[in-house]
Design a protein around this ligand. Structure first.
Ligand code: 5AD
Ligand code: SF4
Length: 478
């Protein structure tokens, strides 16, 4: 057996903070003959929390489990292995997971052979692993974001030695290619183009949980998108914590995100989206590629976080309110009509009323058509967790409420500009609220509900927009 089970590999935040100049390793996933049969007659259940990177990781885990002959369970009760794939971005995301782990204890008592695994960003945190070791004995396997490819080894060890497996790496991370995927959707696919983040915004745990910024080889990304297109996929969303930094780690190659968009446009895939971007890495080449490439959708998620220059500085964001708005103006000049959304944090330590007013002012000037808004959540190990925070929770909540009012107005205005127009909609399924209605997304990422035949699910159809609500559009199929 490969693993020394007598030794746990626990995460270490100070190691996770380190960044070196060494070249990124590109490895290949392989599975051996023993692993291929371990899951015969057994079922798996994966519960994923958090961002698209986690969704994509969950699909990789499912792909690996299928290669091991496991099949998907209809619910957690019939599973032989349960993976809780976690998010660490804010405290409430973590609290939810502790509740789930607590609840699973009963399943484990009823079925001692059940394997319960914890993966994802929480697994990369020292305090979480210590708590699991001390209190949550129902968890059999803990693995992090850097070693999903070793899942078969961990399952083998846990099944046969009945030992707990705790293996979380904190080094900067390599890139593993050839990973199998069992995708949740038949027409839309996540495609990782890079991993990790080197920005170290002071509030954010991600650079610690996901390691250094490292890009997948362009040939591998292009191959994956070509295959998806050949297999009937219509839309890909390119994933990275900061896609605008794609290619910066290539040693002898001048090839960045804009180049990748142009190459992917030639694959024949109908729709390309990407998330997420950092304003200070967004360059002209990317904006021009969006303008020139028919398949790259006119939608941009550009997190701003705050409109106050002093807060932005303490967040370590490397731009000001003015330079952000300038970049947005340039983007809108180059790609007229592009829809822009953002992320904003309120209640960052020391945020004054004036700072918050600056944020509201920026939001009004930026014409965002949507935003994810959050109250600052201190993350142990990050610099901002140590900043003095003397703002009352009630004040933070009131700011969030006020901000959301302005943002919601932006949603509505953004939707109204499509009234009376006929737009291509990728039909995703039946509307959540009405069985007789189809739901899909426009190139600008607007949700449209309209009456139509279920056979259209998965295809792109022209829809005339007849009504604009805050959260969605109503349309008629042409
Ligand atoms: N507290 C609140 N929001 C956060 N985000 C990241 N870290 C924190 C935190 N500690 C938000 C940012 C980021 C989004 C994914 O989550 O707005 O863009
Ligand atoms: Fe976190 Fe900032 Fe990196 Fe985004 S860019 S993942 S907010 S550190």
């Amino acid at each position: 057996m490969d693993i020394d089970v007598s030794k746990y590999f626990k995460p270490n935040l100070s190691k996770a903070r380190r960044r070196s100049k060494s070249e990124v390793q590109h490895d290949n996933f392989e599975i051996n003959e023993i692993h291929k049969n371990l899951g015969h007659g057994k079922k798996y259940w994966i519960q994923t929390y958090g961002c698209q990177a986690n969704e994509a990781d969950g699909e990789t885990m499912a792909g690996i489990l299928k290669m091991m002959s496991f099949s998907p369970a209809a619910n957690e009760n019939e599973a032989s292995i349960i993976i809780i794939n976690t998010c660490a971005i804010r405290e409430n995301a973590e609290n939810r997971v502790w509740g789930v782990i607590g609840r699973l204890k009963k399943l484990k008592i009823d079925n001692p052979d059940l394997l319960i695994c914890l993966s994802g960003c929480m697994a990369q945190e020292e305090n979480v692993v210590n708590k699991i070791l001390k209190t949550y004995h129902q968890v059999d396997i803990v693995f992090g974001t850097h070693n999903i490819h070793k899942l078969p080894d961990y399952i083998q060890t846990a099944m046969f030695s009945k030992e707990r497996v705790i293996e979380v790496y904190s080094e900067e991370g390599n890139v593993v290619e050839n990973l199998p995927k069992f995708r949740n959707h038949k027409k839309k696919a996540w495609v990782n183009i890079m991993f990790g983040c080197d920005e170290f915004c002071t509030y954010c745990i991600v650079p610690y949980t996901r390691g250094r910024e490292r890009s997948r080889l362009k040939e591998e990304v292009i191959k994956e998108v070509k295959e998806l297109n050949n297999n009937g996929y219509v839309e890909v969303t390119l994933l990275g914590q900061n896609v605008n930094a794609y290619g910066k780690d290539f040693k002898n190659l001048d090839y960045t995100f804009g180049d990748l968009l142009r190459d992917l446009d030639k694959t024949g895939i109908k729709r390309i989206r990407f998330t997420t971007s950092h304003p200070h890495d967004l360059d002209l080449k990317t904006m021009e590629a969006i303008r020139d490439c028919h398949s790259v959708m006119p939608f941009f998620h550009l997190p701003v976080q705050s409109g106050s220059n002093s807060i932005l500085k303490r967040m370590n964001r490397h731009y000001t309110k003015e330079t952000y708005l300038e970049k947005l103006k340039q983007l809108r000049e180059i790609v007229p009509g592009i829809s822009v959304t953002t992320d904003i944090i309120v209640g960052f330590p020391g945020e004054t009323d004036e700072d918050f007013m600056e944020t509201l002012d920026l939001v009004r000037k930026a014409n965002f058509e949507g935003a994810f808004t959050f109250i600052f959540s201190p993350r142990e190990g990050t610099p901002a967790a140590k900043f003095k925070d003397d703002i009352e929770l009630e004040v933070k909540k009131a700011r969030l409420y006020k901000l959301n009012q302005v943002i919601n107005d932006g949603y509505l205005q953004g939707n109204k500009r499509f009234l009376g127009k006929t737009i291509d909609v990728l039909v995703e399924g039946i509307s959540k609220n009405n069985n007789n209605t189809l739901a899909g997304y426009t190139p600008h990422q607007k949700l449209v509900n309209f009456r139509g035949d279920k056979e259209k699910i998965g295809s792109i159809v022209p829809v005339k927009i007849i009504e604009a609500k805050t959260w969605f559009l109503m349309g008629e199929m042409i």
